[in-house]
Write a protein that binds this ligand. Sequence first.
Ligand code: BF8
Length: 655
Amino acid sequence: MAEAENKSSDKATIEMIEKAAQDGARVVFERAETTRACPIGLEGSCCSICAMGPCRVMAPKGKEETAEERRKRVGVCGATPETIAARNFLRKIAAGTASHGDHGRVMAKFFLAVAKGEAPDYEIKDEQKLLQLALDFGVNIGDRSNEEIAVDVGKLLLNEFGKQEGELLFLKRAPLKRQELWRKLGVAPRGIDREVVEAMHRTHMGVDQDYKNLLLQGSRTALADGWGGSMIATEIQDIVFGTPAPVLSQINLGVLKEDEVNVIIHGHEPQLAEMMAIAAQDPEMIKYAKSKGAKGINLAGMCCTANEMLMRHGVPIAGNFLQQELAVVTGAVEAMVVDVQCIMQGLTDTANCYHTKIITTDPRAKIQGATHMEFDEHNALKSAKAVLKAAIDNFVNRGKNVRIPQQKTDMIAGFSHETINYLLGGMFRASYRPLNDNIINGRIRGVAGVVGCNNPRVIHDSVNLAMVKELIKNDVLVLQTGCMAMASAKAGLMIPEAASEYAGEGLASVCETVGIPPVLHMGSCIDNTRILMAATAMVKDGGLGDDISDLPVAGAAPEWMSEKAIAIGQYFVGSGVFTVFGVNWPTLGSKEVTDFLFKDFEEMYGGMWAFEPDPIKAAHLMIEHIDKKRKALGIDKARERVLYDMAMRRELDAV
Ligand code: BF8
């Protein structure tokens, strides 16, 4: 295997890749080396939707194609490379939307169970948010109990999945101009499941064979994720588990403890993890752990369940997507408890080299070779304790081959849309006004959402770090979610001190005044909807245009790998945001489709896709776009005039 240093920019990861090699344990970094990416699938030129194929329709490389050759470069059914690339792209969006949607549906059903008293270990934590939703939906509040109101709100949210006509309720949250545009283009989603099903139908053999029409359904499906499934999940999780507020924690494999029972919670849906956090503090469980020779119970997170637990409870994070097997390689993890999404099947093979139990908990996500302990939300605490007990029982099986990397970094998370509102405007005048003002006066150049996964096809975390550092150096405030947020946190970018060390003078001065880091952790991947809400709040606060596409903002997923990332990117583009992806781009096999996504979309949505694997170049594409928007708003001059004299600094202190 190539040198571990060439695989990650994170020291703990490098150390564990080396340990895995010594121990004979296989991990994703090694598999990525031995399993070459298929170049035909990579560019979207393989059609495998029927048994006449799979058909490969790649363009000849390095030579001009004649018109006749081009005419013949089609699948057995005659499908053109454009149709095939667009179909493949739409199917990715459908899968991503289905994943977030199914998460949202589970949350809606769970919410109803909580409201009806059928999941007695949970309660409604954010009453204000519940009442706001009730008001938004026209649900009667009167003198009814929170639970009665929640039943009505829950039914309305659950109905969003199977709705056949009309529009999703949350579309009304978007700026009016954006809503009108969606209606004009015919991409306002009707029901979450309906859009996914229609996308699958239209990409079946012999149905929609016009790439532009396919990609319209791509937008409608993705919008059903961002303004539908994901937004429903975020809202309900905030109501039941609490809306995040700033919280201090730590991140990286160094959060594991040599002398305690280490339990990692990994996946995306937080109901079980919430109960695990309570169970792990139960004196009886701690006593039980001590009876097995451990000093206590150490709970740590992985992937987006980690983000959920971090944002609300400060539970430390063991690592991001590519570190999941490496946590097992420490030899110090008694159990990795997983729910759904982003869980590598390779975990069970890695775990065979150590004592770690891989415990699946969701009937939708079993793994061959893992132990299945189904979580029952109706008996949540009991279920969580049973899982925890299995982990504690495994402590005695821990071998001598234990090495926990030293690395762990302080971080502040919990920047929900509401928190940013309060932080910027204060409790009694909560608003985005100070952010807008600082954008208008040029101290903050713009805002970028840098989100998404890790991908072993690039050096782990390095692409994100280069991009984020370049953005903040150029006074762009960065909002993050998912595994990219974790990459920045590990590198020390999510503490207030990072502002003076890494940010440009304008951004640093605002961060220092408000007391925030220049890179804000906004949560898990479904919480990208918080970024949509932040952008909408900026529009509504005034001075920066009347649609999201007018804002000096941009988005990126520099190390993306999952279909969910494509769905997220598409709903940002459809909402008017310029969005650049790194690693590779799945439609490069068709110039027409790629041009449509990269160029024509700007005309249609005011936001468009771009692909740039070089993080510095990608950051500058985002900055150019931000500057273009500043110019259109007539605020480009303000930035040129910014000279930070003492008077301005005093003025800032008075914000
Ligand atoms: O939903 S960022 S690797 S963990 S897909 Fe997965 Fe990507 Fe991580 Fe969260 Ni999002």
